[in-house]
Every structure is written in C-alpha cells, then in structure tokens.
Design a protein around this ligand. Structure first.
Ligand code: ATP
Ligand code: MG
Ligand code: MG
Length: 552
C-alpha cells in the first residue's frame, strides 16, 4: 500500500486557484540557480517541485540564473545546469533568463528608493557595519551616513555606478529599521561595488544588486505567482515583501519556503562539493560518487528514477535527512523493469572444458529480460575456454555452498552443467585454472543421477568483450559527515569509495554498447556504460547493487 506523499505547496496553489487569487489565472514558477557550481540532488528536488508544479497546473516554469556574484560564476556552470534540467526532462518557458537581464530596471528601482528617502549610500567599513548591526538580542545603531540627503545619495550612487569608488568604499542600503528584531530588515545592503567582469553583462556594471534586492523584483518582472525556495530564506520573506510593497513593481509575487533535501552519507552543498573537486578527492563534478545530477547521471541513474525519488520524499516544511537507500530503491525499481540482463565476469578465473573442442562454439539464447519478452533474446557462445568469478569457486567449500568446488557440479547460467575435475595452482599456491567437464545431456535438461550446487554466471574467454568495471561505495563513512563539532566533513571521506576491476569481461553482445546504456549484470547489480569507453575496452559503472547494501 502506498501513502500519497504530502506536497503543501500544491495545497496552497489549489486554494489560490479555487479562490481565483492567481494573477492572470496561470501558475508561473521559476527555478533560480546561481551559476556557481553544478547542481546536486537537492536542486533536483527544487527542479521537480518548480517544473512539476507548473506542469501539474498547466502553468509554466522559467529557468532564471541568479547571477549577481560575477566572480564566482561562469558559463561552464550555466551550460551544465541547463543540461541537467533538460536531462531531467523539463522544459522552461521561453529563453533562459538571467537576473542580469534586469540590471537596468533594478538600478532604476534603487534610484527610486533613494528618491523616496528609503535608501542611502553608507560609507562605513564592512567591519564597522557589522558592529553597528547589533545582535539577535541587541538592536543595531544607525550609521552616521543614514541621514544623507536625497541629492547627496543620488550623486554618490551615480558615482558608485561610474566606478569612482573602490570595492568596499561604500554600499547602497535600504533604509528600513536598525532596531528590527529580524536582522534582515536592519538596513540591508542592496548594492555593492564589484569591479569584476560579468559573464553576461561584460564590463557594463561595477555595482551589483544583492540577492535580496534582485530576487523578488525579478520574480515580479517575470510575473512569477509562486516563488518557491528553501526554508533558510524564511526570515528573508519580510524583506522580499518590503521591496515588493515599496517599489512600483508590475506584479505582487509571494514567496513560499519548503525544507531542503539532505541525504545521508553525502553532502549537499555546492561549496563543499566544489572543495571535493578542487582538492581532487573525486575526479570532477560528474564523478559517479558525487551527489550532483551529472554525477548521478554518469553513475547510471535515470531521469525517471530521480523524479520518482523526489515524488516519494514529498514536500514539507520540516527538515530531515533522507536515507540514501530511498534514492537507490528508486533506481533499482526503474532498472529492474527496464535494464536488459547480461553476464559479466569481474574477477575472472579460467575454466577449461576438457571435453569441448578447441575452436568450437555452441550458441545459447537467453531472454534479455526474464519478465519482459518484448526485449527479445540475446546470444552467448559456449567455448572450451570460459571464465567464472573467482568468488564462485571454493577449494574448501563452506556449508550450504551454492557454487563450484572440487568434484562438484554447477550450472552455468543458461547453458550446461559442468563438474570440476581438477584444480591448477601457481607456485604461490593460488588457484589459477579449473579443468572441468560439461555434461552434453544438460542443455535445457536437468542432469540425471547427480545434483548441481546452484547456478553461476560465466562468459566465454575466447569470445567476449574486455572491460573495466568500476565499483562505488559511499563517499563518506559517516551518515552525517557534517554532524561532528570537532572535525569537518573531510575527516569522514571514505578512502575505499572506488574500486576498479580492469580484467573484467562481458558477454559478446555488449561489444557495441553505447555510453549511458544500462544493464543488469546477473548476480552483480545494475551497471551503466561510462563515456570513458573506447574501441579497446568498455567501461562500466556499477549504479547500484541488486539488493540494499546500505542497511546497517
Ligand atoms: P548550495 O547551498 O548547495 O550552494 P544554493 O541554495 O545556494 O545551494 P542555488 O543555486 O541558489 O543553490 O539554488 C537554486 C534553488 O535550489 C534555490 O531555490 C534553492 O533553494 C534550491 N535548493 C538548493 N539546495 C537545495 C536542497 N538541498 N534541497 C532543496 N532545494 C534546494
Ligand atoms: Mg549558494
Ligand atoms: Mg542560493
């Protein structure tokens, strides 16, 4: 039985629609990333919420880059973010938008506030400004520059714009209330000097609006009806409303906050993920161990699995940590239904079939999917030289052993039953080869007079594809890598999060497998073809094991 996950935003929208309180009658949302890194699974929640909500109510969703910090932003991030949104299967209405598209209008509104006596140029140093700001328990103090005349402020702001001051010399602040209990209302900075080249507006501006000054007004310009953001912006809402009320904006958007997504055994903060990349703890933003959308994609997650996961976790206002097992369950469910089956031997052990002719090949047909005939059949060759997993042979077999052992028989999945007649070891005593015999009467039939231990997977050594298999473990050893007061998340990086098996071989039908295609390797898990694959070898990423491996 499934419980329908709550989505309180949808409840609000349904009420607004019923009461005809949605301006223009159409729901308009936006997803507003800052292009200062790659998106992570937390952003996927926001994307699914904003785009999904628009879809659900026949509205539209905008993609708007919130680009007010030029030094930290880049075109690379813009391109990567747009690609992630597209890959997840969402379409934004119209062109990509940028807050920087509105710099001219925002500047005019800043001038308007000055003219109304509601903004002033402050020349306190950053340090002094912090001192004057007060604390949660003590009111702030007015800056000595707070009483500058409108004329003086207009002139100073004009000179700021013209580049006559250095960074940090002065800022423009909204004139609200230095004693407000909400610190965000204590004359927030709305423009600061940044002599930086901007990826969109070039060198046109050397003053840039703050997030708070830009966000609500951009929403108003775009006619956003429901501006959805995460809970840490809750106490910015009075400021959001203050600007909307005190400026001649064309619409009255409203902000709603929901709980961020946090996942255990990883971090969901662009800043921290950026450190992992810069410090080379991972190979890049799209390393399959990263909780980035591009990392999950490379790992083998599908858009449907991520969207289903976001649906499952629901949208509420209470913060919590979601179990990584839920994300894995979502991809397992998708791939169980949709990934063709194949065999791959990851740590090979040679098996020679002594009673099968060298050079001969006998082909077997196996279903590509046990529950979906429409996926057709695959063909695998049986030859004299085969490979099985080292793990599937035990010289001293444990109790209830379901695999191969000296003198015992197993069925090779989809083909014959073989018996191990002889074990060959190297000088160090390691098993290097098994001499086995096959039972020709067991093609599609049970053997008579003896019982195989079980069924194991295999490939032909003579006719299979060499490949590299990359196995991933959790990136952190602690469920909450941010939860320790003494040590930061670096202390909990898992040194064994990647294992590379270079001697693997997959069944021959995978020879032309294309990047990002998915397979279930029987008994091993779900795998996806990595784009590092080339003519000489295929590279597979293990997306997820067959069963939950995260259970403690
Ligand atoms: P980070 O803290 O990782 O840098 P951010 O909030 O600064 O994230 P933005 O680019 O500003 O990143 O985010 C775009 C949108 O995605 C915002 O509306 C933000 O609230 C939302 N978002 C960011 N992180 C999460 C998360 N973990 N869960 C849900 N939504 C998120
Ligand atoms: Mg940020
Ligand atoms: Mg942000």
């Amino acid at each position: 039985e499934t419980v329908k996950p709550t989505n309180f935003i949808h409840q609000i929208i349904e009420k607004d629609l019923a009461e005809q309180k949605v301006a223009g009658g159409q729901v308009i949302t936006r997803f507003p990333p800052e292009p200062n890194g790659y998106l992570h699974i937390g952003h996927a929640k926001s994307i699914c919420l904003n785009f999904g909500t628009a879809e659900k109510y026949q509205g539209v969703c905008h993609l708007r880059f919130d680009d007010t910090n030029p030094e930290k932003e880049s075109q690379e991030y813009i391109d990567a973010i747009a690609e992630d949104v597209r890959w997840l299967g969402f379409k934004w209405a119209g062109d990509i938008r940028y807050t920087s598209d509105y710099f001219e209008q925002l500047h005019q509104w800043a001038v308007y506030l000055i003219e109304q006596g509601k903004a002033y140029v402050d020349s306190l140093s950053a340090h002094e400004m912090r001192e004057f700001r007060g604390t949660l328990t003590e009111p702030g103090r007015n800056s000595p520059y707070r009483e500058r005349s409108v004329e003086e402020n207009l002139e100073l702001f004009e000179r700021m714009r013209n580049g006559e001051f250095d960074e940090g010399d002065c800022v423009l602040r909204a004139r609200i209330d230095m004693a407000a209990p909400n610190m965000n209302l204590r004359d927030p900075v709305i423009y600061r000097i940044r002599k930086a080249h901007h990826h969109q507006s070039g060198d046109k501006w050397c003053i840039y609006p703050s997030y708070d000054f830009a966000h609500g007004q951009s929403d108003a310009i775009e006619g956003i009806t429901h501006s959805i953001c995460t809970l840490e912006f809750e106490d910015h809402r009075p400021l959001y409303d203050w600007f909307v009320e005190n400026l001649p904006v064309p619409a009255q958007p409203r902000q709603y906050e929901f709980a961020r997504l946090n996942l255990n055994y990883t971090v969901t903060s662009k800043r921290k993920l950026k450190l992992l990349v810069e410090e080379k703890h991972v190979a890049g933003w799209d390393d399959p161990r990263m909780p980035t959308i591009s990392g999950l994609r490379r790992r083998g997650f599908t858009p449907a699995s991520i969207r289903n996961f976001c649906e499952m976790i629901g949208v509420t206002r209470s913060n919590g940590i979601v179990d990584m097992g839920m994300l894995e369950a979502a991809i397992r469910e998708d791939l169980d239904a949709n990934a063709p089956r194949a065999m791959c031997v990851t740590r090979p052990l040679k098996v020679t079939i002594s009673n099968f002719d060298a050079g001969a090949e006998e082909w077997f047909e196996l279903p590509a999917h046990p529950k979906d005939e429409s996926m057709g059949l695959r063909k695998v060759p049986f030859t004299r030289n085969l490979l099985i997993e080292q793990e599937d042979f035990a010289e001293e077999k444990p109790r209830k052993w379901k695999r191969l052992a000296p003198g015992d028989a197993v069925r090779l999945r989809g083909s014959y039953v073989i018996t191990c007649d002889e074990v060959i070891k190297d000088e160090a005593g390691s098993v290097v080869e098994l001499i086995c015999s096959y039972d020709p009467a067991t093609r599609g039939e049970n053997p008579t007079g003896y019982k195989p231990n079980g069924v194991i997977h295999w490939v032909s050594a003579d006719n299979s594809v060499p490949c590299e298999v990359r196995l991933y473990d959790r990136l952190f050893t602690e469920a909450n890598p941010d939860g320790d007061k003494e040590r930061d998340f670096h202390a909990f990086l898992n040194p064994e999060s990647l294992e590379v098996l270079t001697e693997s071989r997959a069944e021959i039908g995978l020879k032309h497998a294309v990047a990002e295609s998915h397979y279930q390797f029987e008994r091993l898990g779900y795998f996806s073809v990595d784009r590092d694959s080339d003519e000489s070898r295929l590279v597979f990423n293990r997306t997820v094991t067959l069963r939950d491996s995260w259970a403690k």
